[in-house]
Design a protein around this ligand. Structure first.
Ligand code: GDD
Ligand code: MN
Length: 381
């Protein structure tokens, strides 16, 4: 078998016949021995009957998942059953032109690349007129958030061909939501990718299943992928982000106590420190060092407060020492401040990392498995 085309479907009965016919015409014309694997998530819209009909005269196989939902996992499911030398993934709604399939296939089969991507955003590629500003912006923002994971211009489209071995030898895949191509690009950075221009069409029948929930899933998926690719950096980034929110909490608590309850400013300062450090501890336990969530709270909280207090002293101590002992820093006080903040932050992070939350908690994104799917949350009407 040359090519296995995997088509995830959810309520696409109106589009399937045309898709299969146009695909098979392309196979015949290009001399490709191809199969079409439809992975349907219990649409109950006649897809099963239609596939049974089509299978009589076309190389169509149907897999129905009764309890699982999700585009990306459906694609993985299909690829695990595929027998071709090249796997290809595309939407069922004719957004991805079936006529481009042979070109994508050839790019991989010839060895020109290992992942061939049908791309809207390279020269010659396009989307239909009438994409509203919102849809365009949405697509651009989503794409730029993935910039750190891949240089590909259109990693979001979900129209791609991949060499069988690259898929089978990929690290454990755990996509959330829609972005199966991004998952593969991020986890197989060594695979050579090539973008091939396509004309993206809007669907004629049925409606898009991309909703707000999927967009939020995308953000979580991104986080997993960044953790996979840059485990240490992403931990420091999350620690810093939590720290910034902590600063806001610190300020708020301080002015609350000092301005409204008229507590002495030093007492207010001490109390707001405890509040902010507690806030930071809670969010770091929940997010940055989520692997340490199973540990006892009280000693962890106390340890975190201690580390934060030392970091705080270090921050101020360095400022004090630099500006009193060095003529240079006396005239460059801002620089002294930055030195203190950086040293304090570094101490805080390392202390939290090594002493409080434990060494062994780097979220092993590689070994993550996607959470159990919800039973049949039917999206759309
Ligand atoms: N099996 C299965 N399960 N298939 C699904 C599911 C699901 O939960 N949700 C969607 N699909 C199928 C649809 O039936 C269709 O064949 C394909 O996945 C894409 O879904 P659409 O509902 O057409 O989504 P879209 O047009 O908004 O999104 C497409 O374009 C985006 C770029 O504009 C997809 O290609 C996205 O990956 C892409 O980001
Ligand atoms: Mn679509």
């Amino acid at each position: 078998m040359d090519l296995s085309v995997v088509v995830p479907t959810y309520r696409e009965a109106l589009n399937l016949r045309e898709l299969v016919e146009r695909l098979c015409a392309g196979f015949a014309e290009s001399g490709i021995e191809g199969e079409i694997l439809v992975v349907d998530d219990n649409s109950n819209d006649g897809t099963e009957e239609l596939c049974a009909q089509l299978a009589a005269s076309h190389p169509v196989r149907l897999f129905v998942r009764r309890t699982e939902r999700g585009l990306a996992t459906a694609v993985i499911h299909g690829m695990r059953q595929a027998t071709g030398r090249v796997f290809l993934c595309m939407d069922a709604d004719l957004s991805h032109p079936p006529e481009s399939v042979p070109e994508l296939y050839r790019a991989v089969a010839s060895g020109a690349c290992e992942i061939a991507i049908g791309s809207r955003y390279v020269e010659g590629g396009s989307v239909e007129e009438g994409w509203g500003l919102f849809r365009w912006l949405n697509s651009k923002v989503a794409t730029s958030l993935a910039r750190g994971l891949t240089k590909v211009k259109d990693p979001m489209g979900g129209f791609f061909a991949i060499r069988r071995e690259v898929f089978l030898n990929a690290p454990p895949l755990a996509p959330l939501g829609y972005k199966i191509l991004l998952e593969l690009l991020a986890k197989c950075p060594k695979a050579r990718a090539k973008e091939i221009p396509i004309e993206f069409k809007d669907r004629k029948f049925g409606e898009s299943k991309l909703n707000l929930k999927q967009q939020l899933l995308y953000l979580r998926h991104l986080r997993w992928l960044y953790q996979f690719r840059y485990p240490v950096l992403s931990e420091i980034f999350q620690y810093g982000l939590v720290g910034l929110t902590g600063l806001a909490v610190d300020l708020l608590a301080f002015s609350f106590l000092y301005r409204i309850f008229l507590v002495h400013h030093l007492a207010s300062r001490a109390a707001s420190f405890v509040v902010a450090a507690t806030w930071n501890w809670a969010w770091n336990r929940r997010i940055t060092f989520e692997g340490a969530r199973s540990r006892a709270r009280l000693p962890q909280w106390a340890g975190f407060l201690l580390v934060s207090a030392v970091g705080f002293l270090l921050n101020w101590g360095i400022y004090y020492l630099l500006t009193t002992r060095s003529a240079f820093f006396l005239s460059a006080k801002e620089l002294a401040l930055v030195c203190g903040v950086v040293a304090g932050f570094a101490f805080n992070y390392l202390g939290a990392r090594l002493l409080v939350f434990g060494r062994s908690v780097v979220a092993k994104a590689a070994g993550r498995t996607a959470p159990e799917p919800e039973p049949q949350s039917l999206v759309g009407k």
